[in-house]
Design a protein around this ligand. Structure first.
Ligand SMILES: [Zn+2]
Length: 357
């Protein structure tokens, strides 16, 4: 196309000025035609199937949900488009590229936010859809500031719970925002975005929302984050769906076969159901991706300060224990941290759509 354009401009037969003028006009017209063609091509490109890569823990449902497609509506089409690349029971393979069905309700204008809290690599957050519109989340990554939480040993390195819990929490925050939720990071670190490294160096500069130094005294620390949640809640009290998630990696059980613990306040039926919805998602994922592993998660009540004293429905999640070698080896892989965030996201989405307590 470009050569045709240049060829006309420098046509050797067009010697005099009049012809040259004409030629320029022709060129302009051709240029305009070209631009029009390019923009038409762009429109066509938008109608092409989007290609996406499956991550650790992905199934057809999570992959489509993450990209703004209703899994129920597009399930059959997805299978049809990707027949050759699916495993047993239509399983996806990590790292393999899949075609997405074209959304029939693509009236969401591609909105994109730049949020430095997620770090350079992840700061561009594309809003995929508004499935979680109206939902408000308060995410509390455990420990932080002067308190590293549990410390695991990996070679000659110390792995601190607060850094890993924060990374999973940030990933979850980003997932939620991509689907239209309002998210408040209660513990936050201005210079640790989402990190893909396996070793996340420990620092002590985490702050509590809005921007408070975290005290070393445990009760003061818990009171501080509880107040942060409740102050925000007071401003949003008309919002119907609000959730607090407190995320830790230091479960105390030595029993090998319990993986994830959910705790809720004993007075909160909604918190119990919320925890149940999250656990159900984890159960389904483990059954699918690690059959025969003997995964178990539990839900129980526990007297925990933040659980008991925050106003919105809350759950306290122990995703494992950074002191346990088997868990530590899971947490050091960023793919696994992302998978945990994705599964939490899916459980939350289900809760948002079904939990009316
Ligand atoms: Zn902890």
């Amino acid at each position: 196309m470009l050569s045709v354009f240049i060829g006309l401009t420098f046509n050797p037969y067009l010697g005099n000025k009049k012809l040259l003028k004409l030629n320029m006009r022709t060129s302009l017209i051709i240029l305009m035609l070209l631009m029009q063609m390019l923009s038409t091509n762009e429109l066509i490109a938008q109608e092409k199937h989007k290609i996406v890569t499956a991550q650790n823990g992905d199934g057809i449902i999570s992959l489509q949900t993450r990209h703004g497609l209703s899994p129920k509506t597009y399930q059959a089409e997805f299978i049809g488009l990707n027949k050759q690349k699916l495993g047993k029971n239509n399983a996806l393979f990590i790292g393999v590229k899949y075609k997405l069905p074209i959304s029939k309700t693509s009236d969401n204008k591609a909105k994109s936010l730049v949020l430095p809290i997620f770090g350079k690599k992840y700061q561009n957050v594309k809003i995929e859809d508004d499935q979680l519109k109206g939902a408000i989340f308060y995410l509390v990554a455990g420990h932080g500031g002067p308190d590293p939480g549990a410390v695991g040993n990996y070679g000659n390195r110390k792995l601190c719970e607060d850094e890993y819990a924060y990374d999973v929490t940030l990933r979850l925050a980003r997932n939620l925002m991509q689907h239209g939720a309002t998210v408040h990071m209660i513990t936050k670190d201005q210079n640790d975005g989402i990190r893909d490294a396996s070793y996340l160096p420990a620092d002590k500069d985490e702050r509590c929302h809005p921007n408070k130094r975290i005290p070393i005294n445990q009760l003061k620390r818990l009171k501080q984050r509880t107040k942060a949640v409740n102050d925000l809640y007071r401003k949003n009290r008309n919002a119907k769906y609000q959730r607090v998630l407190i995320i830790h990696l230091d479960s105390r059980s030595k029993r090998e076969n319990i993986d994830v613990f959910f705790y809720h306040d004993k007075r909160s039926k909604s918190g119990k159901l919320f925890s149940q919805n999250l656990l159900n998602t984890f159960n389904a994922k483990y059954r699918k991706f690690q059959p025969g592993r003997g995964y178990q998660g539990t839900i129980s009540t526990r007297e925990l300060y933040v659980l008991a004293n925050t106003y919105p429905t809350a759950t306290f999640i122990e995703l494992g224990n950074i002191n346990n070698q088997r868990d530590l080896l899971r947490f050091i892989k960023s793919d696994n941290r992302q998978a945990l965030a994705n599964w939490l996201f899916e459980g939350i989405l289900h809760d948002f759509k079904t939990n009316k307590l």
